[in-house]
Design a protein around this ligand. Sequence first.
Ligand SMILES: CN1c2c(nc(N)[nH]c2=O)NC[C@@H]1CNc1ccc(C(=O)N[C@@H](CCC(=O)N[C@@H](CCC(=O)N[C@@H](CCC(=O)O)C(=O)O)C(=O)O)C(=O)O)cc1
Ligand SMILES: N[C@@H](CCS)C(=O)O
Ligand SMILES: [Zn+2]
Length: 760
Amino acid sequence: MKTSIIGYPRVGSLRELKFQTEKYFRQEITEEALQKTARQIRQSQWQLQAVNGIDFIPSNDFSFYDLLLDTAVLFNIIPERYRNLGLSELDTYFALARGYQGDKGDVKALPMKKWFNTNYHYLVPEIDDQTEVKLIGKKPFLEYEEAKELGIETQPVVIGPFTLLKKLRYVGSQKAEDYVQAICVAYQDFLKGFQSLGTGWVQFDEPNVVYDLSQEDIHLLQKLYSEILAQKGEVKVLVQTYFGDVKDCYEELLALDFDGIGLDFVEGRQNFDLLDKHSFPKDKLLFSGLINGKNIWRNNYQLTLEKLQAWQDRGIKVVLNTSSSLLHVPYSLKHEEKLKTTYRKHFAFAEEKLEELRDLKALIQSEKYVKDARYLKNQALFENRPDSYNPQVRQRTSAITEDLFTRQPAFGEREKIQKEAFNGPILPTTTIGSFPQTQEVKKNRSDFKKGKIDQATYEAFNRQKIKECIALQEELGLDVLVHGEFERNDMVEYFGEQLDGYVFTEKAWVQSYGTRCVKPPIIWGDISRSQTMTVKWTTYAASLTEQPVKGMLTGPVTILNWSFPREDISLKESAYQIALAIRDEVLDLEAHGIKIIQVDEAALREKLPLRKSDWYSEYLDWAIPAFRMVHSGVQASTQIHTHMCYSEFTDIIPAIDAMDADVITFEASRSNLLILDALKANHFQTEVGPGVYDIHSPRVPSVEEIKTALYKMLDKIPIEKLWVNPDCGLKTRGEKETKGSLSHLVQAVKEVRNENKGSI
Ligand SMILES: CN1c2c(nc(N)[nH]c2=O)NC[C@@H]1CNc1ccc(C(=O)N[C@@H](CCC(=O)N[C@@H](CCC(=O)N[C@@H](CCC(=O)O)C(=O)O)C(=O)O)C(=O)O)cc1
Ligand SMILES: N[C@@H](CCS)C(=O)O
Ligand SMILES: [Zn+2]
C-alpha cells in the first residue's frame, strides 16, 4: 500500500515565510532573499515527506499567498488594473492579494472569502470579457523540477477547472460556460507541460464537487474532464476531493478517465456508503482520506487498518491519504516544550501525521500488526483521556431549559429602550474592537510570557495603551468606544487560555490568510470559567471617558470553530459548555456597569454544513441557541452587539436575525456591499453596521469612498438602523493608517449627517 498527502503547510515550521514576506512588504529585503526562504521551506518539506516514505509527495502546494490566486495567475486571469501598475511579477501578485497604493497607482485587493468550512481564506479571482484564459505561468513546472533536482519525484497540484470556474467572480457579460473552451485548452497545456517533463502523476483539486450539485454542474464537470483528460498522454491524473462526500457525482467521477480518485472519509462519511454500494474500478487508485487533515488528534489505527483491509480484500487498489491538505494543522509537536506528555501523546500535527502514514503503511503489510508495539501504543491512547470530565459542567448543561434561549423583552421594545438610554447621534460610529497590535504591544506580551517582566509591569503597559486608545477615539470623534484589546494575542486563543478545559500550544501556528496565522487552542475537556476574563480591562477603559465603552467578548460558536475541537463529545455539547461560560462573563460585565457588550461571532458560518439539507439539523439548530444563551440574561437596556467577518451570510439571514442581537457589524466592503439587498429582502430587524472600508489592506480609504459606501447603504437600510464602522478589527493595521482611515470615516459620517439633516 502506498501513502499520499494532499498538501503541506507552507508558512514554515517557525513561520519563517511569514516573517520574510512581511519584511519584503516593508522593503527590508529583496525578492531574491524572499525566494531563497521559500525554496528552503519547500525543499526541507519535500525531504521530510520523503524520509517518511510518502509515495505521492505534492509540489506546487507552496504559495506566497493563496493557491486559488496562484491558479488564476497561472492561467492569465489578472484584471487589467493590476497589470497596468507595471509592477514586477511578484509585486503584481501581491497587489492582487493586498491592494496597492503608491507611485504606480491605487488599486484595492481582490475580495477574500472563507475557504469552504475552514479558517483559511482564499482570494476571489476576477474575470472579465477582456481576459484571455491561457497557460502563462511557470511556477508548477519550476517547483516540480526543483524537487526533481533533489531526487524527489513529486505530484504537482493545481486547483481543478471545475472548482476554478465555480470560484471565479464574473464581472463582464460572459459567464462560466463562455470560458469552458479556453479553460480546457489551458489545462490541457498544463498537462502537456508535465508530459514533456516526464511527470508520473498530477493532482487536480476539486473540492467544489462536495457541494449540492445541479444537473448543469455535473454536465460541466463531465464536459471539462472529458476534454482535458483526452490530452493527458502518459501523465496519470488524480482528481482530489475534500471537505465532504461526492454523492452527487460519484458515478460520473468513476466514469471519467481519471487514474485516481481522492475521497475524504473524515468529513465525507457518506463516501463509505458509496464505496460499499458500488464497485470501484480495478484500474484506478482509491486515494482514501482516512487521516484527518483538519484536526490534531491521533488517528485510531485499528479503525483505519480495518477499513484499508476491507477495501484491499475487495481488490481495490488503495493509497492511504489525508482527508484534506495539512495546511489546516500546525507543523510539528517538536516545538512544544511546555505541553505535558499526558496530552501531547494524543496529538498529531502535520509532521506527526507523516509518521502515522509511515506507521500504517508498515502495519498493513504485517499480518500480526495487532501485536506490533506501534499499534499497541496507539490503541492505549483511546482507553484513557485524563482530566476531560467535569461533573459540575455536565450538570449545568443538562439543566439547560428553553427559557435560557430567549431574551425578554422582544427586539422592538428593547430597541426603543436602548435608543433612549443611549441618546446618541444618528449613524453612530464605532470600531470592531481591536486597535493596532504594534511590535511593542506584542513584545510586552512576549516579555511577560517569557518571564522577562512581572505582571505589574505588563499590566501597566496595557493600561497605558488603553488610555492612549481612549484618548485617540475621543479625539477622532467616535461615538461608541472600545478598549483596544491590547491584552489579547488572539480573540479565541485569549479566551482559551483563561477557560478551564483547554490546552494551548506555543508554536502551533496555522495559516489563516496570506502571512497571517492563528494558534487555535485545543479543547481537551469540559469547559468552564473560574474567574472573570475581561472585566478588569473594560471597566478601566470605561473609567477614562464619559462616552459609552463597548465590552468585547468572543462568542461560543466562534470559540469552538476556531479551536481544535474534541471528538469524544458532540460539537453542540462543547458549544453549550462554552456558551455558559461566556454568559457568566456577559452578566459580570453588565453588573460592572458596561451597557454595550459585543459578542463576536466572526466564525458563525464556518462549520455550516456544505450541503444545504444539513444546515439546520446538523448545525444552526444548536449554534444559534448557543449564542442566544449568552445574552438572554441581560436587561432590556443593555445593548448586545455581534460581529461577523468574511461570512457570506446572504443565504442564512433569517438565522442571523434569530441570534436576536441588537446590532450586528459585519464585513461588506470587499464584496461590494452585495449583502444589503439580501438584508432588505429579508426584512432584517437587527440594527446593522456593514463595514465601510476594508481593514485587511493597508490602503487608507478616502472620505469620498466612504461616503459613497454610506449612500449605497442608505439606499437599502433605514437611517435609524445604520451604524458606521470598519469591516473588522484593526489589530493587523499600523497606527498611522488606522488614524487616517478612522478620521476619514468620522469626516464622511459628519458630512452625510449634515446632508441628511432634513430626513432625520
Ligand atoms: C479576525 N480573524 C481571525 C480569525 N481567526 C482567529 N483565530 N482570530 C482572528 O482574529 N479568522 C478570520 C479573521 C482573519 N484572520 C486573522 C488571523 C490572524 C491574524 C493575526 O494578526 N495573526 C497574527 C498573530 C496573532 C497572535 O496570536 N499573536 C501573538 C504572538 C505574536 C508573535 O508572533 N510573537 C512573536 C514574538 C514577538 C516579539 O517578541 O516581538 C513570537 O511568538 O515569536 C501575540 O500577539 O501574543 C500574525 O502575526 O499572524 C489576523 C487575522
Ligand atoms: N473584536 C475582534 C473581532 C475580530 S473578528 C477584533 O476587533 O479584532
Ligand atoms: Zn472580524
